[in-house]
Structure formats: C-alpha cells, structure tokens
Ligand binder design. Structure first.
Ligand SMILES: [Ca+2]
Ligand SMILES: [Ca+2]
Ligand SMILES: [Ca+2]
Length: 507
C-alpha cells in the first residue's frame, strides 16, 4: 500500500532525537517513539501507540527482510480491538493512523493519561547488563511501574536490578504501554467510542536454532471500563506488501492459527525468484473464564474491505463485512478461516486471484469484566523456500515446530532448566534435555557416584533455546569395560547457572 496520504506527514519533519529515543509529534499532542527490532534477519519497528512494522521515517514500509537489503515484506500492521459495551459497538484500531495513544487508563477517574509523557516510550533491553550500546536501555529504567514484566529473583516484590531482571525471553526485549481511552473529541478522530483499554505490549526476538526469522508480540489487554466488555475481540491487522504489493495472495491455516501472504507467481519485481512467505500466528489467547474462538481473514479492497466501525466489528468476529458467515466453496461449510486450502498442492479453497492483500487474525474472548486482563500473543514469521509456494510450506513447518517448542518452554519456565533424563532408569542410553534462557557457554558432564567424570556431553557456546542430548553408555569405555549399574549424576553449567540431577543405570 503506497497510495495513502498521511495527514501527519508535515509534522513528521519534527522528529526530535533525545539520545537514542526518537520522538515525533505526529498530531502535536501524541508523543510517539519507536525502537528497532533486529535480533535475527528481520529488521522492523515497534511504536508506542499500537503501530508496528512502519518505517521509522513514518512514510514507508518498515518490515525489512533480509535486513540491510532494503527489501520489505510488510508495509505496516497493528492492534485491533472491538467489543460491545451495554450493546453499543466499541472499536479501536490502528489503520495507518492509530486510535491508540501512549500512556495508560486511570480506572478511578475513568480518564486516559500520559499521551505526551516521555516516560511512555518504547523500552528495549538485552540480557547483557549493562549493555554499553546506547540503542538499549539500562535494566534500571525498565518500567515495572507501567507493567513491564520482570523477574523477582529474591522474591521480595521490589525491582532491584541487576540481581532482579526484566523478563528476557529474547536477545532483544521491548515494552510499551498504550491506551485507546481518549475520547472522539480528543487526540485522534475516531468513529466509534473507545473500549477504555490499557494495553501492555511485551515484544521479543531472538535467533532460533531453525526458524530464525520471527518476532513475538505479547499483549496484555486490561479492561479499565467500569462496564463489562461483551464479545470482546483482539486482532492483529496487517497491510502485507510482499515486495511489490499488487501480485500477492493470502491464505489461512485453521489448525496452525495462521494467516500468511505469498507471492502470486514465482517472480516478484523486488524479491526476484522464489519470493518468501510472511505470516502471523496466534500463539496464545487466554483470560479469566473466557470462551475464545479464533478467526482470520484476508481481503483485497474494495472486495470485503471493512470501511466503518460496524464492518470492522464484524470482521473482528469472523464474519464478512455484510455480517454473513464465510462459506468454503469447496466443502460448502461455514468457517472463520477463509482461503484455508493448501496452495502448495493447489487443493481446497485457495486465493484464486492476485493483488493488493490485507489480512487480519485474532481471537474472540467473550465477556471481559472490569479490571480483568486478557492475554493475546502473536508471532510474525517469514521464510523463503525453493519457490513462491514452497515458501508457504516452509513457513508452515517453521510455525508448527517453533510454536510447539515455545509453548512447551513457556509452561515450564522462561529460565535455565535441566530436565530429568528419559527414560530413567535406563539401559543402554537415555536423553537429557535442558533449556537456556540466554546464549551461554554450556557444559553438560556425567559423573559417577564417586564424583569422577565419566563423559562430557556438551562443551561449547550455545544460543538460547531448548536442547536434547543423548547419553549412550556403549560409547563410554573405562579400561575396556562398560559402565557399571548404579547411580550417575549429570551437571549442567551454563554461564552462572549450575544444577545437577541424578539417574539410574540398570543393566
Ligand atoms: Ca527483588
Ligand atoms: Ca509481491
Ligand atoms: Ca498489501
């Protein structure tokens, strides 16, 4: 999408640089800031008003892949919310301009606050403290008072870095707080009243072992309205422009909770042959006693393009703009996931034309009581395969592998972990798993019951992530003999982290 004119373009010349915190007064009131996410081969931009993937200049595509090439796959994207309050429709969206502002929503006074307070900027921290790189913030200024997630290592409720730390899921970690709570006569013009939501966005990115190029967005959305939200929905909307925008296609995968965009042919004027595929997946959607369902939709304006609050509310509830259900023309069944066929095998309901594509994927959370919080986590992936369609296949492979690994890890811990070996007792081999919160120099050593080293399984620097190593006694020999039955210990040393577990060999 290149044809939209931004009313704020003139004001964008007023970009103020304060250290490495850049502010631009887009409407002379809202104090915008941004940080760059580039932990892997993606380089993109996170803003403090719900806007994502918009270039820092404010006037061009911001999701660059591969980073440094100037080639972009997403023009811009951002958060969409909708609900009913006492039967009236509430919609708050980012759609080239944002109906959100930096700040928070004060429940007692029922007023939004902080739109021009420089404290409500985007914060960026790394696992290294202090980093010595002024693009990063010190852990000392991580805004725990705004709701930024952190680890209370000594469990006293007080944030005391560096012994306490920000939550560090990635090698780059971000936080900002924003709200939709300014009324129509306020900072932005808006066709529907706000939900009165306060949103905490924690974003992170890192190098995965396989599918490196992903960015994680974890939203906590708090109902600061004195009334319940009814049929509340949260979504990520995107104007994907995969290289050249006019030859794109889109599709969904209801099992993976994925929406993806791929090039209509195997050649894109910007990406050349074998263009990548970019997608958004719902990683988590949860809250208090909520009944949730998911949906995704693509559209190519003017076809099915939602242009007012009612139509946007419908799209955010899995419907077409006219309020009807999507019907899969191949199976003749109703669905919340249109174009869910497989473009690789050309089977099922696939996007039959190519052109400008927009997409949205989200979750319906049902009723949200005052001061309840819902959690909505999204991941953006990009992947290139042997041709435009194999890019889709590889993207899906990445989504299914990385998302399952992440889910397993998040249920256990976001920290260093050493898992019990499996099987145990064992003979002749067993598998030891462990998790690294950050990139570390790792030693995994087997000891016998006397403390004598039996074998070193790992002795190298490894990136953050989950690992499995096999311990095979047949490959260990002591004076020509195998290992005796009995208790053995295995010790993981990763940076400052050390822990030991025991296992039993029974021959
Ligand atoms: Ca503490
Ligand atoms: Ca394209
Ligand atoms: Ca597009």
């Amino acid at each position: 999408m290149k044809k939209l004119i931004f009313p704020a373009l003139t004001a964008l010349t007023l970009i103020v640089t304060s250290g490495f915190d850049k502010f631009s007064e887009i409407d002379e009131k809202k104090l915008l800031s941004y940080k760059i996410i580039d932990a892997n081969n993606i380089s993109t931009v996170i803003w403090n008003d719900g806007m994502l993937d918009k270039h820092w200049s404010g006037s061009s595509a911001g999701f660059e892949w591969p980073k440094g090439t100037g080639k972009t796959a997403i023009y811009t994207s951002g958060l969409w919310l909708s609900s009913k309050v006492n039967d009236s429709i509430r919609v708050s969206i980012y759609y080239y301009n944002s109906e959100f502002t930096p700040g928070y929503f004060d429940y007692a006074s029922q007023t939004a606050q902080g739109y021009n307070d420089p404290a409500y900027r985007v914060y960026k921290v790394s696992p290294d403290f202090p980093s010595g790189n002024s693009e990063y913030d010190s852990w000392n200024v991580w805004p725990v008072n705004q709701g930024a997630p952190w680890i209370d290592n000594n469990n006293n409720g007080i944030y005391e870095p560096p012994s306490d730390s920000p939550l560090l899921k990635g090698t780059q970690n971000f936080f900002c707080s924003f709200t939709d709570g300014y009324l129509p006569s306020g900072i932005v013009s808006r066709p529907a009243p706000p939900l009165r939501a306060e949103i905490h966005l924690y974003a992170w990115s890192k190098e995965f072992s396989n599918c490196a190029d992903a960015v994680n967005y974890e939203y906590k959305i708090i109902n600061k309205n004195r009334n319940a939200w009814t049929d509340m929905s949260a979504a990520l909307w995107s104007d994907t422009d995969l290289g050249t925008s006019i030859n794109d296609k889109a599709g969904t995968d209801s099992l993976l909770n994925l929406i993806f965009v791929y090039n209509g042919g195997n050649v894109d004027p910007i990406y050349g042959t074998a263009p990548p595929s970019v997608g958004y997946v719902i990683k988590e959607a949860s809250g208090h006693g909520l009944q949730k369902s998911d949906y995704a939709s693509k559209w190519g304006c003017p076809e099915d393009c939602p242009i007012d609050s009612l139509q946007r509310y419908r799209v955010m509830h899995g419907l077409r703009v006219d309020g009807s259900r999507w019907v899969n023309p191949v199976t003749n069944t109703q669905t919340n996931f249109p174009h869910s066929g497989d473009p690789v095998s050309q089977s099922g309901w696939i996007d039959s034309t190519q052109g400008e594509r927009y997409c949205i994927i989200g979750s319906i959370f049902g009723n949200v009581l005052p001061l309840d919080t819902i959690e909505f986590s999204m991941v953006t992936f990009i992947k290139r395969g042997g041709n435009n369609l194999l890019s889709v296949a590889e993207l899906k492979n990445c989504v299914s592998s990385v998302i399952s690994v992440n889910n397993q890890a998040s249920e256990l811990s976001e920290d260093f972990m050493l898992y019990q070996n499996y099987p145990n007792p064992f003979n002749p081999s067993t598998v030891i798993g462990y998790q690294l919160a950050v990139s570390s120099f790792v030693k995994l050593i087997i000891y016998d019951v006397l403390g004598k080293e039996v074998e070193t399984l790992v002795n190298e620097k490894q990136g953050a992530g989950t690992y499995q190593v096999e311990f095979d006694t047949r490959q260990v020999s002591r004076q020509g003999k195998g290992l005796a039955s009995g208790i053995y210990f295995y010790t993981l040393k990763a940076g400052e982290f050390t822990t030991t577990k025991r296992m039993l060999l029974i021959k």
